[in-house]
Design a protein around this ligand. Structure first.
Ligand code: IYR
Length: 220
């Protein structure tokens, strides 16, 4: 049965107001960078809950919200994650990643060492839920990868707009996260997002973002 409906409206802005808002948002989001040097300054849990709540507003296939955010601030668990991630990353950097990939990463300067996993006050680990058991039923998710990608983008945006730096970290393979965090078999590690303030002396690679005219193709 279709759900009951309710009205949906948005404030009617003038075109100039729309331009201004988009320009302001662009200026703000242009400042977002992947952060690899965090301060250990604690961030209260309720702030993390708020940014996750924003991500949780993301659209999802059949409105299933096929994600789970595991927010980790326990130093022991963060360290376990670091040790396991560095073990996989060591293998990847030394044996699994082809030269072409290593060359692509060279300007970014990443390597197998992941101290930020100890230092950042929080690691938000995002799991993708492909199915759930609800009562006697197994309920499928739809488009879980797309849905999680959208929610992850909204989480990064929410963190940035809240004044929190993030890194989208993808140790590979990341099966170890399910074991360390005791997650059930229907949850697959999707992304690991350390968050907190940037370290006082934090730097980022001085590389440009691709200009927008290179990523838009107008139909005429
Ligand atoms: N996951 C590895 C390697 C890595 C891969 C890509 I693609 C990046 O943009 C950055 C790093 C790591 O986190 O070091």
């Amino acid at each position: 049965m279709p759900a009951p409906t309710k009205p949906y409206t948005l404030p009617q802005l003038s075109q100039d107001a729309m331009r201004q808002r988009a320009d302001d948002l662009l200026a703000e989001m242009n400042e977002r960078r992947s952060c690899r040097f965090f301060s250990d300054t604690p961030i209260p849990r309720d702030i993390i809950e708020r940014v996750i709540a924003v991500a949780n507003t993301a659209p999802s296939g059949a409105n299933r919200k096929p994600w789970r955010f595991v927010a980790v601030d326990d130093p022991k668990i963060k360290h376990e994650i670091r040790v396991a991630a560095e073990k996989e990353e060591h293998e990847s950097y030394k044996h699994r990643m082809p030269t072409e990939w290593l060359d692509a990463l060279e300007p970014i300067g990443t390597d197998e060492h992941k101290p930020f996993l100890d230092i950042a006050p929080w690691i938000i680990v995002m799991f993708r839920v492909d199915w759930e058991i609800v009562g006697p039923k197994k309920i499928k998710s739809y488009y879980p990868v797309e849905s999680c990608g959208i929610a992850a983008g909204m989480l990064l945006t929410a963190c940035h707009m809240t004044g929190l730096a993030t890194l989208t970290h993808t140790p590979s393979p990341m099966r170890f996260l399910r074991d360390i965090l005791h997650r059930p078999v229907n949850e697959k590690p999707f992304l690991l997002i350390p968050t907190g303030f940037p370290a006082k002396n934090c730097t980022v690679p001085d590389i440009p973002k691709k200009p927008v005219d290179q990523v838009i193709q107008w139909n005429r």
